[in-house]
Design a protein around this ligand. Sequence first.
Ligand code: NAP
Length: 335
Amino acid sequence: MTDQTDVLIVGGGPAGLTAAIYTARAALTVVVLEGEPSSTSDQPGGQLMLTTDVENYPGFPNGVTGPQLITDLREQATKFGARLVPGKAARVKLDRSPFHVEVSGDAGAFSARSVIVATGSRTRMLGLPREQDLIGRGVSTCATCDGFFFRGHDIAVVGGGDSALEEALFLSRFARSVTIIHRRDELRASKILQARAEREPKITVRWNSVLDEFVGNDRLEGVRLRDTTTGSHDVLPVTGLFLAIGHLPNTAVFDGQLELDDLGYLVTRRGSATTVPGVFACGDVQDPVYRQAITSAGSGCMAALDAERWLEELAHDLVPASELAEPAASTSGSV
Ligand code: NAP
C-alpha cells in the first residue's frame, strides 16, 4: 500500500517532531516515520528516550525528562494533524518525483512531495555486557546532559578524540577527579584541547588501557581496565563513566542517494538543503558538532520552513526543471 503526503519526515526525535509541528501547522499533510522503540523504551523518540533529566532545554526551569519532552512534542505534532507512523525507512528512492519511501516490516510505503531526514545518530558503544543496563545508572553518553549530576564524583571518560577531551574538561567543573581512559599512547584530539586538559589538575590519562568490565550491581562502582602493553588488570573506582568514542549517523539507507561527508553525516547547504532538491535534513544526522536537543529542534524548524518554501515554489511552477527529478512511472492515489 502506498500513501501520499506533502511532507514525509523520517525520524521521530526533537528534530523530526519540531519539523512536524511546523509543517502540519502550515496546513500541509505530514507523516512522521518515527522509528522504533529502543530496547529500554516503549515508544520511539531517539536519544532523548535514553536520557533522564533534561535541565538545559529552554522553557523548563524545573527540567523535564527526555521521554516526557518527546511525549509532549508528539502530542503537539498530532494536535496540528501530523500522522505518526511507527517504523523505519527500509528503502528510499529519491531520484524520482514524488519521492518514494518504503517502511520496514509490512508497514507499506509513502509517496512524498518532499522529505525531511531527521534520523539522528547513535553513540558508538563499547559493546560490553551490562553497558545498556547501566545507562542512567552511572554510565552516560553526554557530559553536557548529565555532568551536573556527578558533582563531587570520581569519573572516567573513554576515548582520545576531541569529544573525550571536551567532555573531560566540562566534567572537571563538577567532578572530584576525571580519568581519561585511552586505548593508545597518543591522543587523537586537537593540540589546543590537549593543552587545556594538561593544565587541568583534576584530569589524568590512563594510557594504553581498555575497559573490559563494568563493576557494580544497580549502579556503577568501578571499571576493570586492561593494560594493553603488560596485559595486567586493575579496577578503577569510579561512579561515573562517559563514553566518548564517536557517533554513528543513521544514514545507511540514504547512502548513494544523498551526499555524505567523510564521517557519514548528511551534507547540508543553504540551511537544511541536501544534494537532492526537495529533500531536507535536520538534527544530529547532519550535525557532528553541537548534538543538543535544542539545536536539533532548531534545525527541525529550519527544515520545515525550507520544505514549506520548496512546496510553495513547486505549486507555482517556480522550481527550475533542472532541479526536478524524473516523475515516477505510476504514483497516483493510495493503493
Ligand atoms: P573521534 O575523533 O572519532 O575519536 C574517537 C576516539 O575514541 C578515538 O580516540 C578512538 O581511539 C577512540 N575509540 C574509538 N572506538 C573505541 C573503542 N571501541 N574503544 C576505545 N576507544 C575507542 O570522535 P569524536 O571525538 O566524537 O569526534 C568526532 C568528530 O567531531 C571529529 O572530527 C572531531 O574533531 C569533531 N569534534 C570537534 C570538536 C571541537 O572542535 N571542539 C568537539 C567534538 C568533536 P583511537 O584514537 O585509537 O582511534
